[in-house]
Design a protein around this ligand. Structure first.
Ligand code: ATP
Length: 247
């Protein structure tokens, strides 16, 4: 039984974004419950990153609104994590976690411990593996106690084993601390294993909205998960054959 969770509630209404007269997102309506873990799949160019950037406030929509309701009256804290680590190479790992933050060194150390890098705080970014750098990026995002965590292909550059380890880490941290998570991924299994809900973006809107009600921990290899994966892959492959320019 999943406990009642906090985190930000998200409401998108009539959201649209156009570039050079072409609508990448169009009239998109979406409600995301506080504390839920939602993944976005979709063919390349479907607008997944654009959507996350708009929700993060890094980009303005051409139409519609983004409604964010946090736990208190103030706007919720939102943090975004990207595929590349975006660390400053001349600062230590610990100082990278503390980027833009005064003090709170003990908290940064505790977070590095939580992501399995308790002994690497004094290292330079160049001394870390790709997976370790993404752990640092996760610690840096979590230091801000985001009520909404936006993850844009955070494990896309990692090998398959490291990727599964990172998925497990992310899930553990999410179960320990309530927050809303939106994950953009190309990995259908990653989406199905981690999410309460999987959304497929296609033609500027939500084409598929799947609730994953299988118990966490029993998902990998579960027949229903395998069937969903097959179905989603078929759907994702279909548009590619008719629109090779978007692949
Ligand atoms: N700043 C921009 N100027 C012009 N076009 C843009 C800009 N940003 C994104 N686009 C276009 O918008 C569409 C959606 O891009 P976006 O990066 O959001 O897709 P995506 O679903 O995240 O793709 P991918 O899975 O390949 O990362 C693409 O056709 C892209 O070329």
């Amino acid at each position: 039984m999943t406990p009642a969770r906090a985190g930000a509630r998200l409401a998108l209404e009539g959201l649209g974004r156009q570039y050079d007269g072409r609508w990448v997102l169009e009239n998109l309506d979406l409600d995301v419950e506080a504390g839920s873990f939602v993944s976005f799949l979709g063919p390349s160019g479907a607008g997944k990153s654009t959507l996350l950037r708009i929700i993060a406030g890094l980009e303005k929509p051409s139409a519609g609104t983004v409604g964010l309701q946090g736990e208190g009256p103030q706007p919720p804290m939102v943090r975004m994590m990207f595929q590349e680590d975006r660390m400053l190479p001349w600062r230590s790992v610990e100082d990278n976690v503390l980027l833009g933050v005064k003090g709170r060194r003990d908290e940064a150390r505790a977070l590095l411990e939580a992501v399995g890098l308790g002994d690497r705080g004094g290292a330079w970014p160049a001394e870390l593996s790709g997976g370790q750098k993404q752990r640092v990026a996760l610690a840096r995002a979590l230091l801000h106690h985001p009520e909404l965590l936006l993850l844009d292909e955070p494990f896309g550059a990692l090998d398959a084993i490291t990727r599964i380890a990172m998925q497990q880490l992310l899930e553990r941290l999410w179960l320990e601390q309530p927050r809303t998570v939106l994950l953009v991924t190309h990995d259908v299994e990653e989406a199905l294993v981690l999410s309460d809900r999987v959304l497929v973006l296609a033609d500027g809107a939500v084409g598929r909205d799947l609730r994953i009600d299988l118990p966490r921990g029993e998902r990998r290899g579960h027949p229903r998960l395998v069937a969903w994966k097959e179905e989603l892959l078929q759907g994702l492959l279909a548009p590619h054959s008719s629109a090779p320019a978007d692949v």
